[in-house]
Design a protein around this ligand. Sequence first.
Ligand code: PYC
Length: 404
Amino acid sequence: MWRRHTLKSHYDVIIIGGGIHGLATAYYLAKNHGITNVAVVDKGYLGGGGSGRNTAIVRSNYLTPEGVAFYDRSLELYNTMATDLNLNVMFSRRGHLTLAHTDSALRTMNWRAEVNKLAGVDSSVIGPQEVKELAPSLDVSTGTRYPILGALYHPPGGIVRHDAVVWGYARAADHLGVELHQETEVLDILVTGGEGPDGKGHGGKVTGIRTNRGDISSPVVVNCTAGWASLISNMAGVPLPITTHPLQAAVTEPCKVFLPTVVVSGSLHVYVSQTDRGELVFGASVDPVGTYRVNGTLEFIEELAGHVLELMPGISKMRLLRQWSGLCDMTPDYSPVMGYTQVAGYLVDVGWGTYGFKAGPVSGETMAESIAIGRNADLIASFGIERFTEGDLVGEKGAAAVGH
Ligand code: PYC
């Protein structure tokens, strides 16, 4: 799918993180801007982080106009990805239901639907009977602990095979001349002229990176990591307002396909979709305690099963096949941190919380554009790091699938 290379001593752009964001940035740099002297470095294997651990859901029914426009461009790119990358990424546009179990949840769904419609995004609030028609296995009776009062219905949402997205971007970037370096761990980001005691931080200029395979120079270093984004950024002297939490997920044995849409319940802290192979994929809220551990817990499985069975009592005999977890970098406003920083040549594409997979294609496209034009692309102008000091937050907590 892609070649191995010896590490060169210089690249025009170095991208840290071989997940969808890093690979997409490399691909669009080469494809849209002709910048091909690019290295993507990853301490593990391509797609081994959040890109291979998410629950593969895509949607653009966000709460802020900035978020809706951004994630909608990502959906557009997902729509044509199989053709663009010449690989079947199994995008299944099957509709996305966010259930409302309380009056206040319904109010937020109506709010989101109106913001979405204004941006031309297909979203509307529907009642319990329409929910039942779209997802017959859901219990919409009124006798449950959290009766379903309605839902935000978003037909363009769906699921995509996340590994295929990694492989597609990696192979296409490789074909265009980008070098992909796995098992290449970043030990330091090299900066000169900064205000910090080590010459890093504000006012500095990036000169390259130090890796376990040697030093590489470059005028542009892009942090496209998840989970360790703030630790990597500290190496450049650019602290990030991020706390890192694990998010657990699980998958059942396959069974006959019966769930035609993605279903999310904020109050029950669960989301579920059925793969084309028939497995049910579940996710939940992030774990409450910040940590870098990614082990699964029995508590998670017990809670998940209890909540799912409240929604779909008919699946009580299904067996879980496995569980796993990934790391989510949470920002104060649930929007990402993107673009140029106080260190010249050091850019970030981080802070994705639980939204990273949805945003992969558009992040790559806009980060590549930002590098090519020397300023943040218009679509990400509101996601800059300066918003945390200027107080100009982009609050997307209300668009989170579940309460985190
Ligand atoms: O925001 O749709 C979402 C989501 C799904 C899984 C994690 N986040």
